[in-house]
Design a protein around this ligand. Structure first.
Ligand SMILES: [Zn+2]
Ligand SMILES: [Zn+2]
Length: 440
């Protein structure tokens, strides 16, 4: 087997670049970076040349970057860490965001879906669940309908499918409500302040999407500028409540029934304080960032027990070991997906997500850095680790010629074995480093 692994140290190094990803994308092709004279346009030295055939694995291996912990633990961990940095940067500055943001009014808000029928609940206020059972925290019945035959599966699925639109409506209303409280018109508002947010979608046990968001009030140019004096966490909280209550999205008509979508009455808004001023009452920056990052790597499969990938045929459900409730959510999504009037919701493609097709974590442009920027930084770092390149001369720029063809995914048996023998260095923040274990 070892003979088929080529040169071990080189292969180990290439595999270590995957940071533990076990389902990398394999590419055939090449990439050439040349110097170009900016005045004459003449192509000069080859700065860097990469040919996949010359790589130890015979192909270029690129991380799968799957966000789901159930699909690729290593990539999901990278995603979680990046999300943590992104949220943290928006709370205390860093990674290109001003440290002033720590002094701006910020809240952590949770937006839920309305009810679609009674579900099994944990005991509360001294009362057991309506079914008479005292459910413990692990009970799989929690969140599932008391009576599946009367539970409004159609509305539950359609709500998920419109959750993104409802959030967008809310964010428009929020700016309006903040402006109103400051005594400004919408047009004037943007010259005084800006509302920034970062949010994640999470599934409740009942399979309804809900949102957690950090919402911040900045000055007119975003995080670098101080918010006006009237901008307080109280004003922001008040505006969020008003906007969430009035946000409504008109939905489709299904069999003569008109749907419209609003948030549930359970709305939680809490100010975020800097760790230094924490009096134990409010959420700290660290807690908020960790919480959001944790949920960014979970799909519906974690809370609701559904599938972590799209289904192609409804028959696949029979093989899947998922709860009856998740089955019913998916079946309803699938059935609605056949209706031409709902075609734009692409329900069949998102049946495994119970109808929700939005992004798991999104943020407004000015909140902080982007996941893309963090990924670029990591790629730059990796490139810097690679073979030394010829330096650019004055008046030169670079030209990149590249051609890549998809050649498959995953690792060979030998590569899997070798990759598994690479261990993570402990306690590293940011770029994960991997050291090969001595092989004999
Ligand atoms: Zn991966
Ligand atoms: Zn119950």
């Amino acid at each position: 087997m070892l003979a088929s692994l080529g040169t071990m140290p080189e292969l180990a190094q290439q595999l270590s670049g995957l940071g533990g990803c076990t389902h990398p994308v394999r590419l055939d092709g090449h990439r050439t970076e040349c110097a170009v004279n900016t005045t004459t346009g003449e192509i000069g030295n080859v700065l860097h040349h990469l040919d996949s055939a010359a790589l130890p694995a015979g192909q270029l291996l690129v991380r799968c970057n799957n966000r789901r912990a159930t699909r690729c633990a290593a990539c999901a961990e990278t995603y979680r860490r990046d999300t943590y940095h992104l949220i943290t940067a928006g709370l205390r500055g860093g990674k290109g965001t001003s440290e002033r943001v720590a002094t701006h009014p910020r809240v952590f808000a949770t937006f839920t879906a309305p009810g679609f029928g009674p579900v099994h609940n944990r005991p509360s206020g001294g009362r057991d669940c309506r079914c008479g059972v005292r459910h413990d925290e692990q009970d799989p019945a929690l969140g599932t309908p008391l009576d599946p035959n009367t539970y409004d599966y159609e509305a539950a699925v359609l709500w998920n499918a419109h959750a993104g639109a409802l959030w967008r409506r809310f964010s428009i209303y929020l700016r309006r409500e903040v402006a109103k409280r400051a005594g400004l018109t919408q047009r004037e508002f943007r010259h005084h302040a800006r509302v920034s947010f970062a949010k994640v979608a999470e599934y409740q046990k009942r399979g309804a999407v809900h949102f957690h968001a950090v919402i911040r009030l900045d000055g007119p140019e975003g995080g670098d500028t101080s918010p006006p004096d009237w901008a307080t966490a109280e004003l922001l909280t008040d505006a969020i409540r008003a906007a969430a209550t009035s946000a409504c999205v008109e939905g489709p008509e299904v069999d003569g029934r008109a749907h419209s979508f609003v948030f549930g009455r359970q709305l939680d808004v809490r100010p975020i304080r800097s760790a230094d001023f924490d009096d134990g009452q409010d959420l700290t920056e660290r807690a908020v960032a960790a919480y959001i990052a944790k949920y960014a790597t979970k799909g519906a499969e974690t809370a609701t027990g559904t599938l972590d990938r799209p289904i192609r045929f409804l028959a696949e459900l029979a093989q899947a070991r998922i709860t009856d409730h998740a089955q019913r959510m998916i079946r309803t999504t699938w059935a609605l997906g056949a209706r031409p009037e709902l075609a734009d919701l692409r329900l069949r493609a998102w049946a495994h997500m119970l109808g929700f097709r939005g992004h798991f974590s999104t943020k407004s442009r000015r909140y902080s850095t982007t996941l893309g920027a963090l990924r670029d930084a990591r790629a730059d770092w990796r490139r810097a680790q690679a073979a030394p390149t010829t330096a650019l001369q004055d008046g030169e720029t670079t030209l990149v010629l590249a051609h890549w063809v998809f050649a498959g995914t995953g690792l060979s048996h030998g590569e899997t074995w070798l990759a598994a023998s690479l261990e993570a260095a402990p306690g590293t923040e940011g770029e994960p480093t991997w050291t090969p274990v001595a092989t004999s």
